[in-house]
Design a binder for this molecule. Sequence first.
Ligand code: AMP
Length: 544
Amino acid sequence: MQGLMQDRQLLISTLIEYAGLNHSNVEIVSQTCEGVEVRSNYANLRSRSKKLAKALLALGINTGDRVGTLAWNTFRHQELYFAVPGMGAVLHTINPRLFADQIEYIIQHAEDTVLFFDISFTALLLPLLSKLTHVQAFIAMTDREHLPAEIPDCLCYEDLLNAQDDVYDWPQFQETQAASLCYTSGTTGQPKGVLYSHRSTVLHAFTVCTVDGLQLSRQDSVLLVVPMFHVNAWGFPYAAAMCGAKLCLPGLGLDGESICELANNEQCTMSIGVPTVWLGFMNYLESAPDRAKTLKLNRIVMGGSAAPRALIDRIHTHLGAKTIHAWGMTETSPMGTIGNLLPEHQHLSQQQKFDLQAKQGRVIYGVEIRIVDDEGKILARDGIVAGHLQVRGPWIANAYFKMPDHDVLDKDGWFSTGDIACISAQGYLQITDRSKDVIKSGGEWISSIDLENTAVAHPAILEAAVVGLHHSKWQERPLLVAIKRPDTEVTQDELKDFLACHVAKWWLPDDIVFVDSLPHTATGKLQKNVLREQFKDFVFSTDQ
Ligand code: AMP
């Protein structure tokens, strides 16, 4: 027997309709590539998204066509977030930090029919123009005054909008239709496309708004630091429309000082981003402590790589804000687990609370997780035994775009994340490594993430990476490669003594090398494959 409820589809257009009508005056504040600040609101966003949808139709964009964007976090990018999927096409956000040949590859692979770009990416785009064989129009996201002359026949975003009115009914279609496309920034092989649906996007937005999720609400003014070219900015533009949260878009200004200024001016209550950004932010704040006094930030959502415990402590101590540590991937939309404390944790000391917050949190309704051994046997949730993390749920990918032969699920529908983790009896996930980075010493696993986090807790260490290298007796042993903070000193032995207070003796790195910089991927993750290559001939002092 079927239920007798209306079969209204979960479409992205319902989010902007709702926000435009019910949170019409809530502000959207945007820095822009032209250097001016633009203040808009949800009523305006709804109206301009409709004009843009009509402009896309006028350009000949059809249902399912891919519309590429090379853009920062600005109000125009946010309009594309609603207009493109709203009219039935697929928004393909491109990471400009990838290498030029990877950018070319993904635009070609996605077969983008038009490409919207910020004027700051004109130089990046120029050498690619003739190679992007599917792109029929390049549209500069600016007004006529700032149109880049270098791009032949370049269309102007504001002209396209000015040619339309906002009388437009969003089309109705199945919620399982594709809405947006984002490529993983894999460290090996070509990037793979993850194709989100309207349904997965709307369900994911509900999660962000739940109290045991990220508590996003109309009470919030959100500083959107995570780029809109990375996993739909963790779904925040959609979740913010769902609850009417104010959004502050930093454009190009992602340094500590610019973020701090925007957060202060707009009285931001929460922000989201990768740990590297918050390290920069806290370094700035600690050099300008007066700026911290007027900030209203009460929570920082951190994910994308492990949030160091020392950073969680600094954010609490100097900012008075709570860190919510979340785990996810491009393939998981991205929210998989979220690190909130439970009522039974209220009596814990602050240090014990930091310990828990440094884990990646618990699953939210909709996502299932488990860990398995090399043979696929399900492992215990005891917080000790580590295994391969698998995940399942309605906003988890079941295939990659245009890769029909690449099976990503097992027979029961579990997606293998490539992460190694343990899960505590209370359900807290702790990521210990990527499976390809795990260090196997004498048959036992050593967590490189734990060692890195412990190393950056030392006051003289700015950033640290641990890789496993060949050792004739132990098969592999850890090498710690670290950057010192400016104007500080620490020796190998001093750092080893410090680590020895926090980790098991057999985990201690056999050697420590100090460097000036560490290699990162386009999304800010440590590139351990590059480090392993760099140190492939390294001989441990314990192995000579
Ligand atoms: P991406 O698809 O680029 O977002 O990368 C996803 C990967 O980032 C995951 O599989 C993890 O290896 C890593 N990651 C994401 N969030 C965290 C976190 N909170 N702690 C540790 N690793 C993380």
